[in-house]
Design a protein around this ligand. Sequence first.
Ligand code: UDP
Length: 328
Amino acid sequence: MASHVLVTGGAGYIGAHACKVLKAAGFVPVTFDNISTGWEEAVKFGPLFKGDLMNRADIDAVLVQYKPVAVMHFAALSLVGESMKHPGLYWRVNVNGALNLLEATVAAGIRNFVFSSTCATYGDQDGVLLNEDTPQRPINSYGGSKLAIEEMVRNFSAAYDLRHVIFRYFNVAGADPEAEVGEQHTPETHLIPLMLDAVAGKRPALTVFGTDYPTRDGTCVRDYVHVMDLVDAHVLGLKWLLEGKDSRVFCLGTGNGFSVTEVIDASRAVTNRDVPMTYGDRRPGDAVTLVSGSEAAIRDLGWEPKRSTLRDMIGDAWRWAQAEPFKA
Ligand code: UDP
């Protein structure tokens, strides 16, 4: 019988793509989601259990019902700008939700935990390439809450029979090339979908946040990784744990940094259309440059990023942008 994997946030952008590849790898992905920022329609690859991480009884119920071999924890609030305006919300939802989940996981005797962390835990590091050993000094509440959860996961692994893989994501972009699932947020705040909305005339213009950063063209530099490559790494991380290997942290980025201006230029090449845009102030909480300098996932997990070029990420996002949107 196929093993079940609990996927918190399976109705969200990354979680839904993870469910697709988990199913393809022979697992049954069980989505646990409160549908606050996700979409019921995105749950296509396994059962949906509607519940809330703030409610321990919901988590216990899904674990009793499906007896998963592992938990993949994606569910979180994840917007840097919002986290600067509402720190309490980020600390409460992200940290309390993860704490309830970890306690329920251990109580249910589940031994494998995969956690979505972020390069936002590093903060601003003056252009250094970031790897698993780089000290973490978050500059926004989103990154702070994720770092706190990393510590919690490590503490639980030390105390109980639990092993973990923590992935620190760089900037996740693109969509399922088959367009079964894709990126959709309300409100949308991410660069590539906002840019493509402006290209398609669904918004008047993209605002570039800050043009006076100390980078080659004055705009922020990020390391973009294709969502399909990212979720492939999660299946490898899951198998790593199921093979009994030790707890690890892996950065998931490509080592290539692109400025906002370079992303816009790449979009012109992919869509053959202009990007209506304006220039605005810096967005509070944004680091100047976030680029991964790690090859650990490639070396140790056997990860092979296949679609993480700007061309493929923007091309797949553009195809998804033409598809029917999910309905609430
Ligand atoms: N960005 C921008 N205009 C927007 C949205 C984002 O210039 O409307 C910039 C943002 O300042 C950052 C980069 O694009 O430098 C990526 O932002 P996004 O919100 O996509 O991801 P984040 O880095 O916050 O996870």
